[in-house]
Ligand binder design. Sequence first.
Ligand code: ATP
Length: 303
Amino acid sequence: MNASDNSPLIETSGLSRQFGQKLALNNVSLKIPRGRVFGLVGENGAGKTTLIKHVLGLLRAESGSVRVFGFDPVTDPVAVLSRIGYLSENRDLPPWMRVDELLRYTQAFYPKWDPAFAEELRNQFGLDPAAKIKNLSRGENAKAGLLIALAFRPELLLLDEPSSGLDPMVRRDILEAIIRTVADEGRTVFFSSHLLEEVERVADDIAMMFAGEVVLTGTLDDIKENHHRLILHFESPPAGAPGIPGVLSLTGSGREWTAICNGSRSAVMAGVARVGGQVVAEDTASLDEIFVARAGAKAARKE
Ligand code: ATP
């Protein structure tokens, strides 16, 4: 390995990608640490799959760079892909195969495939070995895709929208347990999702993407610690949302407003007082509120 263990497992630097008029990735710089769970959050079309395709070397960096395990995935695909268990967004499993054939076929590509573990997962997922892929439900298809991504115990488990097609119980009881187990074994999970509460439950580190850009990245603990929801009261209602340094979003009307803010609370408090307001309640902001505030702030800067 030409990368030390402390180096990020995935590193993108200034990565941009244009499809026609569409800037799908705009200067994305991310470091994904080893042995942890990294959640990539963003709405449909934010650029998550495009980023994942660069990690897999399916797309070549137009500008900027991508390193995975210290390698360029386009020029060194074997060094990279042999260590990644990948679940694609569309699953794309061969529809004509039976489940047992899919397992035998996939096993042939991976020397480290663990047949006993594959069988254990097949049982746990309730997949009939004789069932044809094309006859599986969406959820069963997702489980089959997850099984073949997991059964060779890859160093990196890369899941693109793994929840899609899974019912909430399976998400919580199976998917989230698997993700945690992989990380507890010292391996790395990188998954994308538009479900913020899911990412909040399972990720150690996150990146929020909006319109091709990373609008926030860090450990979940730091992000939650540094963002607050304040309820503001104004004796004389302001005509519009007053600008307050450190406030990412301010919604409301009349005397009551809700602010999502970032950084030093005392600085925000002083700013609130300067515009004639008073903080009457405060709490930790949810990831959802943080995302909406960050994405809104980014959209406003672009207008
Ligand atoms: P979703 O969850 O809906 O897949 P996403 O965050 O994964 O969303 P991407 O699939 O990366 O988003 O797409 C980002 C943007 O780039 C979208 O506007 C999409 O339409 C566009 N895009 C992606 N791939 C292509 C392509 N091959 N040709 C043209 N446009 C593309």
